[in-house]
Structure formats: C-alpha cells, structure tokens
Design a protein around this ligand. Structure first.
Ligand SMILES: NCc1[nH]cc(CCC(=O)O)c1CC(=O)O
Length: 309
C-alpha cells in the first residue's frame, strides 16, 4: 500500500512497547498489512530519565510525552501510542488524540508482600506509590499506613517490593495484564472505593491534525465507547486542572447510548473527599464530564484547593 513504513512512536518501557505492538497488530489486522508496513520508533522522554522525584514535583504528565510530541510535529513519527492516563488535557498545537483502543480493566491492583490486601496490612505498614491519588485513597482507608515514594516502570516497582522496600504497592491492573503479570496482584481494588485515574486502562493514539494518511489508518481501530468514556473523563480533568497536586479520580462507563460518570477529589491526606456523579447520553460525554467537574469544584469550595495547590 505505501512505500515508506508507517512510523509508530513510543516510550521504551516494556509496557509502552506492549501498547505499541498491540496498536500495530490492530492496524495490521484492520487493513491486512504486513509487519514491515510499520516501524516502531522508541523515544526516550524526560519522564523516563528522572526517576528520583514524584512526577507532581517535576512538572507532571508532560514529561512523558514532550519528546514524543516533538517527534510527531517534526515528522519523525506518524503516530504516537500512549497510556491515556499519562496525557495532559491540553495538547501542543497541531496534535490531537485521534483514536482509543478498547479499554482494559480500569481497576487498580494491590500487590501485597506481607498481606494480601490493604485492609489486612499490619498497623503502620508501608505502601509504595508516587501517585497522589493512590496515596490519598490509601490514607482515606487506612490513615495509619505510610506511603513511600515508588517510581520507575512496572518491573522496577515490583523489584523494589521484592527487595522489601515496602509491604505492598499499587499498580494499574491494565498494565499488569498487558505485561502478562496479572498473577502478581493479590487484591483488585473496587471501583467504588478506589476509583481509577481518568484514562486508566485505555491506550490512545496521538497524531497530527489533518494528516489524512494517519487519520484513515487509525479510524479503523478507534473504539467508540472508550473514546466517549475518555471524552467525559478528560473534560472532568480539564475543569480541575491547574493544580497537578490535587488527587483526582474519575471513571466513565458507556453502555449503548448511555454514559455514567463518577468523579472524586481528595486532599492528599485523604481526610477530605468530594464525590460527584453524572449520567446522560453518550454523545454528550464531554459536557457531562465538564458539568461534573464544575459541580465537584463548587462542592469542595475554593478553600479546598488553597491548602496545597
Ligand atoms: N504513570 C504510569 C502509567 N501510565 C499508565 C499506566 C498503566 C496502564 C494504563 O493505565 O493504561 C501506568 C503504570 C501504573 O499506573 O501502574
């Protein structure tokens, strides 16, 4: 079909590579193309290089995408494959999220070393995580626990756990499943009490706006219910953005023509939490997410955002 390979950009972690390969294989199947119609380009990002500080301190989500987005804009790659959870709500000019793959399990998985679940951990036990949302949700359940910083890719975090750096850790079950590591989970956190980050479990494809070749290839693998759920979750997040130091959870489920959304914002210590829900027609996904964001922001009040933002 084409003379030059279609270039798929990705980070180099095992999870990122698995996501890029899944995308390539879906594109191949949808269009009946051979493997060499595609080339996977691995791009190292600042987020991969800075390992010793929480993301919220060093500039947040953009760190995992900056170099990849530059490669898209310069034409070095044709599409980029990302975890939706890692994507900022505002993209660089000229780029868009053009497709979402069918969502994996959105739940968080607890991987326990000294106990199988958070409720069974001994008093004062430590849980490794550098996610503000997970920290706040853990402390809301168990104020006695200590959350210690855990960064690096999935394998690095599991190794730290093996080394005894913490009594347990929490990872996205989607990532574990994509790596064939779901057996390490000792407990799956319920969506109702431990809601996921907006976008968790969904792979997205970023491309140049008005790139016709990319658009026609990608359209065939877009999963509309996941795209609508993500439109809702990302609209919710966009209303609450401005502080990447607010723990935010949000999850939308699309069933047929309907969408239902639940969002939660917490203080980092988990002591104060504000929940919101909304539902309606799936085609109104973004408006429903936006309204939920405005509602929960009003519920929480300005004082809520002032303490640490
Ligand atoms: N911030 C890293 C990151 N980004 C997406 C995932 C998991 C995969 C997904 O949500 O699709 C992970 C690792 C984790 O949270 O365990």
């Amino acid at each position: 079909m084409q003379t030059t390979a279609f270039k798929i950009g990705t980070r180099g972690s095992p999870l990122a590579l698995a996501q890029a390969l899944e995308t390539r294989d879906r594109l191949r199947a949808a269009h009946g193309l051979p493997e060499d119609a595609f080339a996977i380009e691995v791009i190292s990002t600042s987020g991969d290089r800075i390992q010793d500080r929480p993301l919220s301190e060093v500039g947040g989500k953009g760190l995992f995408t900056k170099e990849i987005e530059e490669a898209l804009l310069s034409g070095r790659i044709d599409i980029a494959v990302h975890s939706s959870k890692d994507m900022a709500t505002v993209l660089p000019d000229g780029l868009e999220l053009s497709a979402f793959l069918p969502r994996e399990d959105p739940r968080d998985a607890f991987i326990g070393k000294t106990a199988p679940s958070i409720t069974e951990l001994p008093h004062g036990a430590t849980v490794g995580s550098s996610s503000l949302r997970r920290q706040a949700l853990i402390l809301r359940m168990r104020p006695d626990l200590k959350v210690v910083m855990f960064r690096g890719n999935v394998q690095t975090r599991l190794r730290k756990l093996e080394e005894g750096v913490a009594d347990g850790t929490i990872l996205a079950n989607a990532g574990l499943r994509r790596l064939g590591l779901e057996h390490v989970a000792t407990h799956l956190m319920p969506l109702a009490t431990f809601p996921p980050a907006p976008g968790q479990g969904a792979i997205c494809i970023e491309s140049r706006i008005a790139d016709g070749r990319a658009a026609s290839l990608i359209a065939a693998i877009n999963h509309q219910p996941t795209a609508q759920a993500l439109a809702c979750e990302r609209a919710f997040l966009a209303v609450l953005d401005g502080s990447c130091r607010t723990p935010i959870a949000g999850h939308a489920v699309v069933e047929g023509d309907n969408i239902s959304f639940t969002g939660l914002i917490l203080t980092p210590d988990g002591r104060e939490a504000h929940e919101v829900s909304g539902s309606g027609r799936a085609e109104d996904a973004a408006a429903i997410g936006r309204a939920a964001g405005q509602e929960v922001r009003a519920k929480a009040g300005t004082r809520f955002f002032e303490g640490w933002a």
